[in-house]
Design a protein around this ligand. Structure first.
Ligand SMILES: Nc1ncnc2c1ncn2[C@@H]1O[C@H](COP(=O)(O)OP(=O)(O)O)[C@@H](O)[C@H]1O
Ligand SMILES: O=C(CO)[C@@H](O)[C@@H](O)COP(=O)(O)O
Length: 560
């Protein structure tokens, strides 16, 4: 530890705000030992059916959250994790958090979410727009078309396309569909920063989400002229709703307020780290801080993050940001919007009751049962190839109007066949991303896997075979929460920087899964079919997926 005055048993708390739950972990600073943990499921989960306040159905592609659910994590999971660790709260010297990225909160000047005000409680636009709210694709399309026409210099930093998941598309949607909410919103805040505001009592804006999701490059956002061309009332979006001094990752955002100390049971005045993103904090937790080491954080979605020593334009990446992951290197990000979410959708909607009954009788999950059955198959035995776009395509096509496909189904196709084809489809999606990075001059030399899906060994072997790289696995089951705790340790002054913290507190097991040559060869053939379908449906040869989305929207609005 850099600071020798820090107690040898000092701890930090990391809190990972995921899509469905928040997890807290208590970590010893000197060696990264995880002493205690607790999870709190958001009571409202993902609001994508009806708005709880009204009972009215939300339009297609909407995904909201309720901000009080995040505070409940501070009130429950944090004290439970400290109790689980059995450490005296006085030993905790800092707290750090990570969040899903581009989960956006419209707030008043003092940070109150608009949905908490009685006059807005029934307006869906006053709620948090979750990262996977995909209903701003129309706005994203306009941003992209205009940016291309004007040859905006920032566009290549985002692989040539801006996502509907990001701050600008969602902000423009609020303006155009709920001008009264837009007018009342003093700040359009990343939930990553909102939670730090709750902990410290002051608003800080982290450089990571600002760089990736907030289109902040070389010290500037998109210009007023650009925004005015999108919509004259949007011209001052940056100045009015977004702009705020940026804070570097690992810096101290402030100290824990008395109120937040009461919620969490932690000492008032301890260091609170600047807000950060679930994917990005995981890289140092897996000791992947050097160029070429790509980390895939596989959960409901997959994020791919990697540092590089060169600046390159990778087509369809989510972005490249100076110091976006660790200081001094270019931080690259790409991703797949649906991975575990696709498997969950399949289990919920497509698996016959007999499988559920069998899984229940054996005390295992349907995922585990289907995985076990699928694992007995040889590559290609199911005769299927699928596209992994049930939640759209984040990289490299950046299009959330795309959808899922399974080719090759017959009357003999079973649930485990399709499940395996879906696992493979997500591996092919990752392969496209890796190949695109390598072709653009940012070679991927190591793939490190983190996140909840590590537990599926068949899935891991499929990934090793499809990408033809040995897989390293993060040492922690709580990668993001550990990464947040490490940032807390840096903010508290225990380490010089996040690299030093990674050396002491991070961990990785190298080459846990290695490619099986005959599988590599078989997947190489299947991948060519995946690529052909990918380009056919995804690159404009056949726009049927976009047409179907529109047809569906029209039908729901009674227009057909
Ligand atoms: N055995 C399994 N195999 C494959 N997917 C699984 C399995 N068990 C759960 N899942 C999926 O994992 C996802 C949850 O991943 P997790 O990392 O815990 O969540 P998050 O992305 O919110 O952090 C869910 O989408 C679920 O469908
Ligand atoms: O978009 C990002 C990171 O940039 C993620 O926050 C988002 O994909 C959500 O990740 P999870 O699936 O909740 O792990």
């Amino acid at each position: 530890m850099t600071d020798k005055t820090i107690h040898p048993d000092a701890c930090v708390v990391g809190v990972d705000f995921g899509t469905l739950s928040g997890r807290a972990v208590v970590v010893r600073v000197r060696d990264g030992a995880e002493l205690g943990t607790a999870v709190h499921d958001y009571s409202h989960g993902v609001v994508d059916g009806v708005l709880p306040a009204t009972g009215r159905a939300l339009p297609p592609e909407w995904a909201l959250q309720v901000p009080s659910d995040y505070l409940d994590v501070l009130r429950t999971a944090v004290p439970q994790a400290v109790a689980d660790a059995g450490v005296a709260p006085e030993l905790v010297i800092g707290i750090g958090t990570d969040f899903t990225a581009c989960t956006m909160v419209p707030v008043t000047a003092d940070g109150t979410p608009l949905c908490d005000l009685p006059e807005f409680a029934e307006n869906p636009h006053a709620y948090v727009k979750l990262w996977r709210h995909h209903a701003a694709q129309g706005q994203a399309d306009r941003i992209n078309d205009l940016a291309h026409d004007r040859k905006e210099s920032w566009l290549p930093r985002y692989g040539g396309l801006i996502s509907s998941e990001w701050e600008f598309a969602k902000g423009l949607q609020v303006l155009e569909e709920a001008p009264e909410v837009y007018a009342a919103m003093e700040h359009w805040v990343e939930a990553a920063d909102w939670i730090i505001w709750q902990l410290t009592g002051r608003y800080t804006r982290n450089a990571c989400t600002a760089g990736y999701k907030g289109i902040h490059q070389d010290g500037a956002y998109p210009s007023e002229e650009f925004l005015a061309e999108l919509n004259p009332a949007f011209a001052t979006f940056v100045a009015d709703k977004l702009d705020h001094p940026l804070s570097a990752l690992g810096d101290k955002a402030g100290t824990l307020t008395a109120e937040a100390a009461e919620w969490t049971g932690l000492p008032e005045g301890i260091a609170v780290a600047v807000g950060n993103v679930d994917a990005h904090v995981t890289a140092p937790a897996a000791q992947a801080v050097e160029p070429g080491q790509m980390v895939a954080i596989m959960g409901t979605s997959t994020c791919h993050v990697m540092s590089g020593d060169v600046l390159r334009e990778v087509p369809g990446m989510c972005g490249v940001v100076d110091g976006g992951i660790v200081p001094g290197l270019w931080g690259y990000e790409a991703g797949q919007s649906g991975v575990g979410d696709i498997f969950a959708w399949f289990v919920k909607n497509q698996v016959p009751p007999a499988y559920h009954e069998q899984a229940d009788e054996r005390g295992i999950t349907v995922h585990e049962l289907l995985t076990e059955l699928a694992a007995t198959q040889r590559v290609g035995e199911h005769g299927l190839v699928a596209l992994d776009w049930h939640s759209g395509n984040r990289s490299v096509l950046v299009d959330h109007e795309l959808s899922g496909v399974v080719v090759g189904q017959t009357l003999a196709t079973k649930a485990e066949d399709i499940y395996r084809a879906l696992l493979e489809a997500t591996a092919f999606g990752t392969r496209v991303i890796i190949d695109t990075f390598t072709d653009a001059g940012v070679p991927v030399t190591e793939l490190v896997i983190a996140g909840g899906l590590v537990k599926n060994r068949l899935l891991m072997q499929i990934y090793a075979d499809v990408v033809n790289l040995p897989l390293s696995i993060i040492g922690s089951a709580q990668g993001p929460a550990l990464g947040s705790a490490m940032h807390a340790a840096v903010a508290a002054g225990a380490f010089e920087d996040i690299r030093e913290a990674a050396g002491h507190m991070g961990s990785v097991q190298r080459h846990v899964f290695t490619p099986i040559p005959e599988n590599v060869e078989a997947y190489e053939r299947l991948f060519l079919d995946y690529l052909e379908l990918h380009d056919y449906f995804g690159r404009g040869v056949n726009d049927v997926m976009r047409r179907l989305r529109k047809f569906r929207r029209d039908a729901l609005e009674g227009k057909n």
